[in-house]
Design a protein around this ligand. Structure first.
Ligand SMILES: [Zn+2]
Ligand SMILES: [Zn+2]
Length: 803
């Protein structure tokens, strides 16, 4: 069960932890613990301390339409009354409004849809409900919750790829609360709509849980799957109400409107109770200049095990987190450390264990690493050991792999911003038990976004700005989805408005390509087979990495990064083991590797060209221009450098023979006049380095505005571009047709570039480092880069651009 609803004890309906005899409870407030932690090194790494106060819940009476038997069912589960935001959302939904509930972790979003949905099922014995979750596991959790209410006649059931054939027909005919996922809706339910007609005809509600996960290209596909669902319902005379649940985000009503194509009301005020947390932002100190060493790959490259040529100038976040973990465990404080990569989690646990054993032999045994690969029982055993205090420290990859009962810890360490505020709060939410204050620490990695956040606490603790973006008008998504729709039932002119901008053009192209045939009654799918469309397919098929000697599959690499990471001769790291690539077979989508640990790393170089196809929108701001439009990007990985790991010295550069890749996508770009840059003090020779540095940092900061990561986005900067005839910085979506990221960047341009400028200016390094202007995915070896001139360029843009 997810931790929803109000429990009678006014604490979350989860295991509330009692300090065990072996655990020293946090005798003093977390402030004292924090004081001791920050006093142990030279200089103060803490940039901000936020006291997130405990909040008292605001209960509301049951809505009068909620039947006594339904109230009694919730009461049996420990919910005596809804919180105010749950009652408000539920009543809007029951009244027929489309609603998104966007509140924090464990705020009880599920009651907001369960209440109206179940009340309707009880009141109308024919009505049905369709529930969509992004994962089977979440649907299974939700099924347990609904089954646990023991309501007569609801007959809830999961319908997904694991559902036995024998049960499917029973579910279609008899279940009134079907739980599934968008993939099953797309591949199974909609194509088989004839068998589902009874269910769809009576469909009262569509519940879309965790809807912030539907972003980018995947989100754009799901948006059309939902339009196809609405179309089938309409054919049967039904018009279901949509209820969405989301993590907190910027502008949830707009995102939900894009996802469903309907006007949606947002409920965002969280009235559930929570414990108090002291939240510290921690920036690892700069290293003394002479101790610079090549960066540790696991942390410079985030979750990608790519070697980079970045020079480390700060103490690594992994080392800092390991020290903090050792210190808290030494004090008897139950601590959970979140680390972005699996290998990183093991490094943190191993280093903490070593430090503790050095201090008190045997103490290291109280720390463990927790990985996704463990069996369910092993994971539950580790969780149990931590809850009971046999273990005091655990380093883990992400919150979703942990059991929902693992809460109530004394301290949570977060090694590197986890990418979204939703994940950050989900991780921090593991700290704190009722009546006791807890400590959370965000340790910044050397990444421009992390640097920005530890210097701008308002971006974490203030109103959210990061929005879930998707772009249903992406022609690479729209056309295949229209083909699916036509295969389900001929398209008619009435569908043009339903599927939105670009639909007519896409249909015309499908007709021209021979996929659709136009008849007086509409557009018909011409083939016997249904179109093959994968909702999650993006960036080309993944490339398999295979050990040649054994045939063992080591893992897969995104098609779009494969040229970079798996070219012949590339040193490829997989879970800490070093391999060298013998051959990259692009036709088979497979790279053959052998184990080898040379004393060099490899760094691919690419040549990228970009041409402007069309301008969608622009802002003319005197010497500065800001644009949004379509672009063609061609890129080719042409060579790689080998560098000594110990010194960073270049051994040689070797040519590569890889094909050119082409991408038609959406970009945001800005131009500046040469004069404005000169008067800001940028020398002509420094213009390329200024623009290049600004581009890197701008890409690093875009995830502040939109839920994406820097690997979703590409960039190009040039002192003179033939299409703009000016110095220009381009930032483009790395997915064919665009995924909404560039559009969001354009829409928030001044806030986005202001944050970019501040991240660069606030980094304490002298000439640029991975925390500000260097990028782990640069195809030019981070050269040229000019940190001070990047600030000047961005100042010119910000002075001229309207806010
Ligand atoms: Zn820096
Ligand atoms: Zn670059």
């Amino acid at each position: 069960m997810t931790s929803d609803g109000v429990s009678s004890a006014r604490v979350p309906a989860r295991v509330d932890l009692e300090p065990s005899a072996r655990t020293v409870p946090l005798g003093s407030p977390p402030v004292d613990l924090l004081r001791r932690l920050r006093a142990r090194g030279a200089g103060d790494p803490v940039t901000h301390v936020e006291r997130v106060p405990a909040r008292v819940g605001v209960p509301a009476p049951w809505p009068d339409w909620a039947q006594p038997e339904l109230r009694a069912a919730f009461a049996r589960r420990g919910v005596v009354a809804p919180w105010q935001h749950q009652a408000e959302a539920a009543t809007l939904v029951y009244g027929g409004g489309h609603v998104i509930v966007a509140t924090g972790t464990a705020s009880g979003k599920s009651l907001a849809y369960q209440l109206p949905a179940l009340a309707t099922l009880l009141a109308d014995p024919r009505a049905t409900v369709l529930y969509l979750a992004p994962t089977k596991a979440l649907a299974a959790d939700q099924l347990r919750a609904v089954v646990g209410l023991e309501l007569e006649g609801v007959r809830p059931a999961c319908y997904d790829g694991d559902t036995p054939r024998a049960e499917r027909e029973w579910i279609r005919r008899h279940s009134r609360f079907v739980l599934t996922n968008p993939d099953m809706l797309h591949h199974g339910i909609l194509p088989g709509h004839a068998q589902w007609s009874g269910f769809l005809r009576r469909l009262a509600y569509v519940v879309i849980d965790e809807c912030h996960t539907y972003r980018g290209v995947f989100g754009s596909h799901v948006a059309h799957v939902l339009r196809r669902l609405r179309r089938q319902c309409a054919r049967f005379g039904a018009g279901p109400v949509f209820v969405l649940a989301s993590a907190t985000s910027g502008d949830p009503a707009t995102a939900a409107g894009r996802l469903t194509g309907l006007p949606v009301t947002a409920v965002t005020e969280d009235t559930s109770p929570r414990g108090g947390v002291t939240f510290a932002l921690w920036e690892p100190p700069l290293l003394p200049p002479d101790s610079s060493a090549p960066a540790v790959p696991t942390q410079a490259a985030g979750d990608h095990d790519a070697m980079t040529d970045l020079v480390q100038v700060r103490r690594s976040a992994l080392r800092e987190t390991a020290d903090l973990l050792a210190d808290t465990v030494a004090e008897g404080v139950r601590t959970l450390a979140f680390v972005r990569s699996r290998k990183g989690a093991e490094v943190v646990a191993a280093n903490a264990r070593r430090a503790l054993d050095d201090a008190v032999p045997g103490l290291g045994d109280r720390v463990a690493a927790y990985r996704g690969g463990y069996l369910r029982e092993e994971r539950r055993e580790l969780e149990r050991a931590l809850l009971h205090g046999d273990l005091l420290g655990l380093a883990s990859t992400n919150a979703l792999e942990l059991g929902v009962d693992l809460v109530g810890l004394d301290a949570v360490l977060i090694c590197g911003y986890p990418g979204t505020r939703a994940s950050l709060w989900q991780q921090a939410g593991r700290a704190g038990r009722s009546g006791q204050e807890a400590l959370a620490v965000l340790v910044a990695r050397d990444d421009p976004l992390d640097t920005y956040l530890v210097h701008h606490p308002e971006a974490i603790f203030g109103a959210p700005v990061e929005a879930t973006v998707l772009d249903p008008a992406n022609p690479y998504v729209l056309a295949p989805q229209l083909a699916c729709a036509a295969a389900e039932a001929p398209l008619t002119p009435a569908d043009l408005a339903l599927f939105g901008d670009g639909t007519k053009e896409a249909i015309d192209q499908l007709v021209e390509a021979g996929a659709l045939r136009q008849r007086p009654t509409g557009w018909y799918w011409r083939h016997r087979e249904r179109p093959e469309v994968d909702l999650r397919g993006e960036g080309g098929a993944p490339v398999c990495v295979v050990e040649a000697a054994t045939g063992r599959l080591l893992g897969t690499v995104d098609g779009s990064s494969s040229h970079f990471l798996l070219h012949p001769g590339a040193v490829y790291l997989h879970q800490g083991v070093s391999y060298v690539v013998d051959d990259l077979d692009l036709a088979d989508g497979c790279a053959l590797v052998h184990v080898e640990e040379p004393d060099w790393s490899t760094h691919a170089r690419d040549v990228t060209d970009l041409s402007v196809v069309s301008v969608r929108s622009y802002v003319d701001a005197g010497p500065v221009g800001m644009f949004l439009g379509e672009v063609d990007v061609t890129s080719q990985v042409v060579s790689y450098q080998r560098r000594r790991i110990a010194t960073g010295e270049v051994i040689d550069t070797r040519p590569l023979d890889l094909p050119i890749r082409e991408l038609r996508t959406v970009a945001v770009w800005f131009t500046l006049s040469e004069r404005s840059m000169a008067s800001a003090g940028v020398q002509t020779a420094d213009v390329p380095g200024a623009l290049h540095a600004a581009e890197h940092a701008a890409i690093g900061l875009l995830p502040l505005m939109a839920t994406c990561d820097r690997w979703d986005i590409g960039g190009l900067s040039t002192a003179l571009h033939p299409d703009t005839e000016a110095p220009t910085v381009f930032v483009y979506d790395g997915h064919p047709g665009g995924a909404g990221f560039a559009e969001r960047a354009y829409g928030t341009a001044s806030a986005w570039l202001r944050a970019t400028r501040d991240a660069i200016a606030e980094c304490g390094c002298e000439t640029g480092c991975p925390s500000c202007v260097q990028s782990p995915k640069c195809g030019n070896g981070n050269n040229p880069l000019s940190k001070p001139d990047a600030i000047r360029v961005l100042d010119v843009v910000l002075e001229n651009l309207p806010a």
